[in-house]
Design a protein around this ligand. Structure first.
Ligand code: TXA
Ligand code: MG
Length: 350
């Protein structure tokens, strides 16, 4: 049976949080909000506890987990060394939405790293996440708190939908800020390499590094390459309906969606349209949901996963999604959208 605690991040009820921390210490599982998405946590140093995470999510065992900490001094037990460049990332962006890959120690159970000689570490900034980890007194392994393959949860109701009955505690603590999972950056080499785009963008990293690389396997059109981050090879974030992305100038995209919609509706299918505030009024029929404003990509990042789930709830057969510009946060947004679409992207117009 799953306990659900409502905790206000602005006025944290320490007794409920302490009860959750106790569950972590004694080998149980706790879902909790972070600034990116909700995570499903367990004591990272307890192999049996970590295995419960994989079971609850139905997660493949070759996909390693992120270890979450609340203080820098926890790193000593977890990583072999902190290269100077890794330190720079921590100083600038922690606590916050970036995960750093470093050489692991042998204190970390293999089930976390899926046998790799590196480990992913993140210090979240969300007050509930931060305080929970601190109270637990152990590093907390946590993937996103969704069923494997589903969009990551950005609201407590998503976690309850996917995991109620499968985990010990769910902390309901409001909506997540960023709405997309953390940036994963490999800092084991000289040049930072982004393995998963996220809230901390390439441009942000370029403020402190002359050169920043991006794993070629995660760029559009390169799905034949094997990503360096094992989790990136799965098509994920998928709603039940088929998703197709239309990319191009806005006028051509809207026109193409109108035409495709007409064809599908003539076949008796229910069409969903994932659009933006700027285009919403141009669509008359079907289930039309805006992701947010093109003028503020953070709003699109924030709503994307919830919108995918809304289409599931509406029971549409096919979703046409407008692409967004691949700059700044747009990289992370398009990366998730393209995966939700199983790489089905159609280019139109200019
Ligand atoms: O924002 C987030 O990162 C959320 C919250 C809960 O912190 N967590 C999250 O975890 O998204 P998860 O498990 O859904 O994604 C972790 C990603 C996967 O793509 C995994 O393959 C990669 O990190 N990863 C973990 N350890 C790695 C390693 N040693 N080397 C390369 N990639 C690694
Ligand atoms: Mg995930």
């Amino acid at each position: 049976e799953t306990k659900v605690y409502e905790i206000d991040p602005k006025a944290i009820d320490e007794a409920q949080l302490e009860a959750s921390a106790q569950v972590l210490r004694s080998g149980g599982t706790v879902a909790f909000p972070t600034e990116t998405v909700y995570g499903l946590g367990a004591n990272a140093l307890d192999e049996k506890a970590v295995k419960k995470i994989f079971e609850a999510k139905g997660r493949p065992s070759d996909n390693p987990l992120i270890v979450h900490i609340s203080k820098l001094n926890e790193l000593d037990a977890l990583v072999e060394e902190i290269p100077p460049n890794a330190k720079k990332v921590m100083e600038r962006f922690w606590p916050g939405p970036i995960t750093i890959i470093l050489k692991r120690t042998d204190k970390i159970p293999d089930v976390i790293t899926a046998g790799l000689d590196t480990v992913a570490i993140r210090m979240p900034s969300h007050p509930i996440a931060n305080k929970l980890i601190e109270m637990a007194g152990v590093p907390v392994a946590a993937p996103s708190a969704n069923l494997s393959g589903k969009p990551s949860p950005t609201k407590a109701e998503h976690v309850i939908h996917d995991l109620k009955g499968k985990v010990d505690v769910i902390i309901s603590g409001g909506n997540c800020d960023v709405g997309l999972e953390s940036t994963v950056v490999d800092m084991t080499g000289n040049i930072p390499m982004i393995l998963r785009p996220g809230g901390v963008t390439k441009e942000h990293l370029e403020e402190i590094f002359e050169k920043v690389e991006v794993d070629k396997a995660i760029e559009e059109g390169n799905q034949a390459l094997t990503p360096k981050s094992p989790g990136m090879k799965y098509t994920h974030y998928s709603p039940q309906a088929e998703v197709i992305i239309l990319e191009g100038d806005m006028e051509s995209v809207v026109k193409a969606i109108h035409k495709l919609q007409e064809e599908k509706e003539a076949q008796g299918l229910r069409v969903g349209i994932m659009c933006t505030d700027e285009t919403k009024k141009l669509y008359k029929n079907g289930v039309v949901i805006s992701m947010g404003s093109r003028k503020d990509l953070a709003t699109i990042a924030n709503h994307l996963f919830a919108v995918l789930r809304q289409f599931d709830a509406a029971g549409v057969d096919i979703i046409y999604a407008e692409g967004v510009e691949q700059k700044l946060l747009g990289h992370a947004v398009m990366n998730r959208m393209i995966k939700a679409a199983g790489y089905h992207v159609v280019k139109v117009g200019r």
